[in-house]
Design a protein around this ligand. Structure first.
Ligand code: 5AD
Ligand code: SF4
Length: 449
């Protein structure tokens, strides 16, 4: 018999949770970890808000558009909440951290605002609302996130993300991340290894290490360790086949780390290292701490040591004061580097950042046109690069059925290309060789060899 007087079991009537996540990979992983915790408390996940007892949004603040979407989703819940006041509505993550108390003012039907470092206490916070009927604001910047991972809750069994450093100390002038995710805090190597080992023991083959600014991993830990040290230790784990890490910052990316990558067999030939702009003037105003020339040299060095390395980037168009000439420099950088893929964003001023003091003087039509131009350019480059793979064999970690065609399998190469091919389910979770015969800018198609 369960004693319900002072335990979490008091919550046993309220067991259906709807959870939606916005934003980056770290948010998706935090969502996964939060859901893991809730499932351990007996919650089941539902995919319709009107079946839920608890509705949670894990939010993003990186651009205004992401915030607008969340506020509109929240607004849409007003009538539901009127009909069912017992349903708990919670806002988690970056926007919760940034807007705090003011979310209750703007959306009085919200019950919970839970910041970026408090989600491990979700079950308890929800219970407090349930038991005492209060609004709960849980934001503590100094909190160290510690979540015991329930390894069964990840969406893809053979591939998993592992956060190794949270926060960012860089303060690029446009970026809200340091304000909402706080200062950099690294996890220790033994702690990370334990999590990766547990994932590998449960069948995981590929790990992607996550951090907003992953190259500074180790800073502030009592032991003097670097990302290279962590990669070397993980490389020795039996059963683990592939290791990736994102996101790299060009100014913090050392040549030493590139040498380490080239030495370690399990570390994939894949780098996500945002350039943001090709113009030195803009880079300076973005406070990025490098020039386009420095970026080019870094990539040349990486390609010298790791010939087939795929480099992905992010770019922001329409940063304050970006002229046509500045934009042409970005085009030149893209043409010269020939990235594997790029994410392009229109500049969005974020209150509280340094760039918010600059006039947002590039008209929206120009931002849109520059965005389109870069997308088109990258699409062409991706297609040309992918065509070079026709007739070649690539190693694929098979993830499961293809989303577009469930009769086919889908997986990724070490460089992170998506590959679709015919094959039986028994290959799922295995490394196979696929001969490529057809490509688009986003996908490779082939046959098992
Ligand atoms: N406006 C537009 N894009 C931004 N990014 C970060 N801050 C902003 C902003 N204020 C982009 C950067 C970063 C990616 C995650 O989001 O390109 O690399
Ligand atoms: Fe933002 Fe710059 Fe930190 Fe990346 S490195 S999270 S762009 S401040």
């Amino acid at each position: 018999m369960i004693d319900s007087s002072n335990s979490i079991y008091k919550d046993h009537h309220y067991k259906a949770v709807f959870f939606e996540t916005f934003g980056c990979q770290m948010n998706k992983l935090d969502a996964e970890l939060s859901l893991g915790l809730l499932q351990e408390e007996g919650y089941r996940i539902v995919d319709k808000v009107d079946e839920a007892d608890v509705i949670l949004f894990n939010t993003c603040s990186v651009r205004q558009h992401a915030e607008d979407k969340v506020y509109s989703h929240l607004g849409a819940l007003k009538t539901l909440k009127k009909r069912h006041p017992e349903v708990i509505v919670g806002v988690l993550g970056c926007m919760a951290q940034k807007d705090g108390e003011s979310i209750f003012k703007r959306m009085p039907h919200v019950d919970l605002v839970c910041g970026t470092r408090m989600f491990s206490r979700l079950p308890e916070l929800i219970l407090n609302i349930r038991n005492y009927g209060l609004h709960v604001l849980a934001i503590d910047e100094d909190q160290v996130v510690h979540v015991k991972r329930a390894v069964t809750h990840r969406p893809n069994f053979y591939q998993a993300f592992v956060t190794i450093i949270r926060g960012c100390d860089n303060f690029c002038s446009y970026c809200i991340v340091p304000y909402v995710r706080g200062r950099e805090i690294s996890r220790t190597i033994p702690d990370i290894k334990e999590e990766v080992q547990a994932l590998v023991s449960s069948g995981c083959k590929e790990i992607t290490l996550l951090g907003q600014n992953i190259n500074t991993y180790g800073k502030g830990l009592s032991e003097n360790v670097t990302l290279g040290d962590l990669l070397s230790e993980l490389n020795d784990l039996d059963g683990l086949e592939r290791i990736r890490f994102v996101t790299s910052h060009p100014a913090d990316m050392s040549r030493d780390l590139i040498r380490t990558m080239s030495r370690l067999g399990k570390v994939c030939e894949h780098l996500h290292m945002p350039a943001q702009s090709g113009s030195d003037q803009i880079l300076k105003r973005m406070r990025r701490g490098y020039t386009a020339g420095y970026y080019r040299n870094l990539i040349s060095y990486a390609r010298e040591l790791i010939p087939h390395i795929a480099v992905a980037s992010d770019f922001i168009v329409g940063f304050p004061g970006e002229t046509d000439e500045d934009f042409q420099e970005t085009i030149r950088l893209m043409e010269d580097i020939r990235f594997h893929n790029c994410f392009i964003f229109k500049y969005s001023p974020r209150t509280g950042t340094k760039a918010a003091d600059l006039e947002d003087d590039v008209a929206d039509e120009i931002k849109r046109a520059r965005n389109m131009r870069l997308l088109e350019l990258q699409k062409g480059i991706s297609l040309e690069e992918n065509k070079k793979l026709i007739g070649r064999e690539v190693q694929v970690l098979v993830e499961g059925a293809s989303k577009a065609d469930s009769n086919k399998l889908s997986g990724r190469t070490r460089q992170n290309h998506i590959v679709v091919f015919h094959g039986s389910r028994e290959f799922v979770g295995k490394l196979v060789d696929v001969l490529i015969h057809d490509v688009t800018d986003l996908t490779l198609y082939g046959t098992l060899t």
